[in-house]
Design a protein around this ligand. Structure first.
Ligand code: 13P
Length: 246
């Protein structure tokens, strides 16, 4: 498997109306964010997916959704299938984000089913894993992440259609980040437990990634990209993170 470029995805979460999303997308296109040798994805909220995808057409920046249904279609009020996301212009989808696991009680087997559905529809998946407790010992943290991966990684996952995002839950939105050693160690542990079909898959870090810490995090061994949330909501700060990855 040839070495894949670094992968930077911005998770916009539930922020912004379609017009605001389009303006942010336009600013990224104007700055050439998709042409810096980094694979760049933005993950807007559902109602902004299609307008943002139209804005980004031909820019080299891809669009991802933040969740998908495990079902292809049917009587599932409020759900959106992976095929529908693909038709809206998505190439990627985040599954297993801790905010879905917490707010919607999603467990590993549901995450696995969502991942299978996403791959079946031709979407790439960003699979999130991470521990809740900032004080967890290294060995226990590695074990928590290993179990999440073992139970949520779909049989359809390959290096080309799956990115693993290590997101310590306590680091999300808190301004706190693990030490460089902790990030490297956990990424190494994740790499060690991936099956051979994921050889060369990107393992990215998320949790309070900002312009001022991005370069330090992105240069760590086995850190193949980043998943910023808050810092992806402004073109200027998201661009700095992309440039730090380039
Ligand atoms: P913050 O960068 O705002 O901490 O969010 C990280 C995140 O949850 C990305 O999925």
């Amino acid at each position: 498997m040839p070495t894949l470029p670094k992968f930077v995805a911005g998770n916009w979460k539930m922020h912004g109306l379609p017009e605001e999303g389009r303006a942010l997308a336009r600013a990224l296109v104007q700055a050439g964010a998709g042409k810096k040798g980094v694979e760049v994805v933005v993950c807007p909220p559902l109602t902004s997916l299609a307008p943002v995808a139209r804005e980004l057409a031909g820019s080299g920046i891809a669009v991802g959704a933040q969740d998908c249904s495990p079902q292809d279609q049917g009587a599932y009020t409020g759900d959106v299938s992976a095929r529908m996301l693909k038709a809206a212009g998505c190439g990627h989808v985040i599954v297993g984000h801790s905010e879905r696991r917490d707010c919607h009680h999603e467990g590993d087997s549901l995450v696995c089913a969502k991942m299978t559905a996403a791959h079946k529809a031709g979407l790439s998946v960003i699979l999130c894993v991470g521990e809740k407790d900032p004080k967890m010992e290294n060995e226990l943290r590695n074990e928590v992440v290993r179990i999440q991966l073992a139970n949520s990684l779909a049989a359809s996952a390959r290096a080309g259609n799956t990115v693993i995002a290590y997101e310590p839950v306590w680091a999300i939105g808190s301004g706190l980040t693990p030490t460089a050693e902790q990030i490297s160690g956990t990424h190494r542990a994740i790499r060690a437990c991936l099956p051979p079909r994921l050889d060369g898959a990107r393992i990215i870090y998320g949790g309070s990634v900002k312009p001022d810490n991005a370069a330090g995090i992105l240069r760590l061994q086995d850190v193949n990209g980043a998943l910023p949330g808050g810092a992806s909501l402004k073109a200027e700060s998201f661009l700095k993170i992309i440039e730090a990855a380039g």
